[in-house]
Ligand binder design. Structure first.
Ligand SMILES: Nc1ncnc2c1ncn2[C@@H]1O[C@H](COP(=O)(O)OP(=O)(O)OP(=O)(O)O)[C@@H](O)[C@H]1O
Ligand SMILES: [Mg+2]
Ligand SMILES: [Zn+2]
Length: 153
């Protein structure tokens, strides 16, 4: 053994690679995999990475990610790579990128914000800075910082 990870491959699905160490649970939450799930899910935490030192990885069989899901992943794992697996091999590789405008992605922490009022106003944040992450509510101008934000699921 050379310390390499030995786990079975998935045939079709998605591999989310280069997740910062410790953030795999947040990614699972975004994917809605908090309890049981009918398909194979492989989670690796704190594995060695040339680029990140230590990283987490999440592999989900028979699952494609919606664009909104990829944006949420970009908040908790800004350097993540989303690999689409078809017939055992990487068919597509997407480097996640946080868009400037986040619509319907995060919840405004201001209880009095119109987006929390029960009126049907969709949350809208503008990314002001990427590292460290800082975003401002379009409606009430509340500032939200860091990856520990409340995501809309
Ligand atoms: N069929 C599969 N099942 C599970 N994991 C897979 C499968 N195919 C590839 N992977 C994993 O997906 C990731 C991306 O695979 P790839 O072959 O592109 O590696 P790479 O060249 O190291 O990519 P990168 O440059 O993005 O780090 C790796 O972590 C690899 O182990
Ligand atoms: Mg690699
Ligand atoms: Zn607000």
């Amino acid at each position: 053994m050379n310390g390499e990870l030995k786990v079975s491959k998935i045939k079709n699905g998605t591999v989310i690679d280069h997740i910062p160490a410790g953030m795999a649970p947040a990614v699972l939450k975004i994917l809605g995999i908090e309890r049981s799930c009918p398909d194979t899910v492989i989670v690796a935490m704190n594995v060695k990475s040339q680029r990140l030192g230590l990283k987490d990885m999440v592999k989900v069989e028979n699952r494609a990610l919606e664009p909104q899901t990829v944006k949420k992943i970009a908040i908790v794992a800004p350097q993540a790579t989303v690999n689409i697996i078809r017939e055992m091999t990487v068919a597509e590789k997407i480097h996640v990128e946080l868009p400037q405008e986040l619509i319907g992605i995060i919840r405004c922490p201001n209880r009095n914000c119109i987006t929390n009022s029960g009126e049907r106003v969709v949350s809208h944040f503008t990314v002001e800075r990427r590292a460290p992450l800082s975003m401002r509510c379009h409606y009430c101008e509340s500032l939200v910082e860091g990856p520990a934000v409340e995501l809309l699921l």
